[in-house]
Design a binder for this molecule. Structure first.
Ligand SMILES: NC(=O)c1ccc[n+]([C@@H]2O[C@H](COP(=O)([O-])OP(=O)(O)OC[C@H]3O[C@@H](n4cnc5c(N)ncnc54)[C@H](OP(=O)(O)O)[C@@H]3O)[C@@H](O)[C@H]2O)c1
Length: 273
């Protein structure tokens, strides 16, 4: 299987690259391809004739997207359309990632693959939803994998931020009224590999570790696992932490199809080991 991984220097892309090392894979990032440019996408991908294109490239700065709406849509909608068009031309399978932020965040027990997304609560979510629609309408063979609250090596993430803060602070306030699905990039990358190897049906999947937590519970678990880090974590409301982009309150993703995921706490233990 010839695989191209785009966004290979990002947090998820770099993990995908390490999970597919034994496959015939080509790693691309911004230096080699600009997914917002249809010509660049055609010129780079057509000669490679991949069986599978995995797109981990995206505009991921949630707060900056509020002021840079056009940039977010260019990457997260037009970029996906460009890739889907080329995938259709080559009859390649496109694996693409989306987010819990495509949902409004008002469903307390979480969203399954069968739930219809929208309206999204912020510009980033709107741009990712537009990308989902472009992918579905393209008619290409696709796996659309929604994920959430990702952490892993090579990227800015909540776990690393907490550990850094914990080195210098004894007290931290963390939001306790937003709930989601913490997910290790390693588990997600292996999930993608299983989808491809098992030739699971094309369509929409939720790729998240099992279980859910608030950011406060997530932080508490991090400091419980890391030995010797005595940090007192205080639960606070989102109102105490205003941010440019609104966050959904309940954005738990329910994983009801495809290969199993382990519990989020077990995945976190491995990452922190
Ligand atoms: N991180 C999360 O918590 C999270 C949650 C839910 C869903 N997701 C989704 O998961 C996927 C991976 O996210 P991530 O956090 O791993 O992303 P990331 O670390 O920000 O990596 C994205 C990569 O894409 C590259 N890129 C951006 N624009 C590009 C363009 N026009 N052409 C080519 N490459 C471009 C970036 O390069 P530069 O660094 O140079 O910009 C970067 O290397 C995304 O689809 C994201 O929406 C992430």
């Amino acid at each position: 299987m010839n695989i191209v991984i785009i966004g290979a220097k990002g947090m998820l892309g770099s993990m995908l690259a390490s999970v597919f090392t034994d496959a015939k894979s080509v790693l691309l990032d911004r230096e080699e391809i600009d997914i917002t440019n249809a010509q660049s996408v055609r010129e780079v991908l057509m000669p490679l004739q991949p069986d599978v294109i995995i797109n981990a490239a995206a505009y991921t700065n949630v707060d900056a997207a509020e002021e840079h709406k056009d940039d977010a849509f260019l990457v997260n909608e037009t970029g996906v359309k460009n890739l889907a068009d080329v995938a259709s031309m080559m009859d390649a399978t496109l694996v693409h990632f989306s987010t819990d932020y495509v949902f409004p965040g008002d469903k307390q027990d979480g969203y399954s693959e069968a739930d219809s997304p929208g309206p999204a609560v912020n510009v980033y979510g709107q741009s990712k939803l537009a990308g989902e629609r472009a992918l579905v309408e393209s008619g290409c063979k696709f796996y659309l994998v929604r994920t959430a609250w990702l952490y892993g090596p090579n990227g800015k993430n909540f776990v690393d931020t907490m550990i850094e803060l914990g080195k210098t602070k004894k007290n931290l306030s963390v939001v306790n009224d937003q709930f989601g699905s913490p997910t290790f990039t390693k588990d997600l990358a292996q999930f993608v590999r299983s989808l491809l190897e098992n030739q699971e049906p094309f369509g929409i999947y939720h790729g998240v570790n099992t279980g859910s937590a608030s950011w406060f519970e997530f932080a508490e678990m991090i400091f419980t696992i890391v030995p010797g880090m005595k940090v007192d974590v205080k639960p606070v409301s989102s109102a105490e932490f205003p941010r440019p982009a609104k966050r959904p309150q309940y954005s738990i993703l329910k994983h009801t199809k495809g290969p199993e995921f382990r519990d989020w706490k077990d995945a976190l233990r491995e990452y922190l080991a």
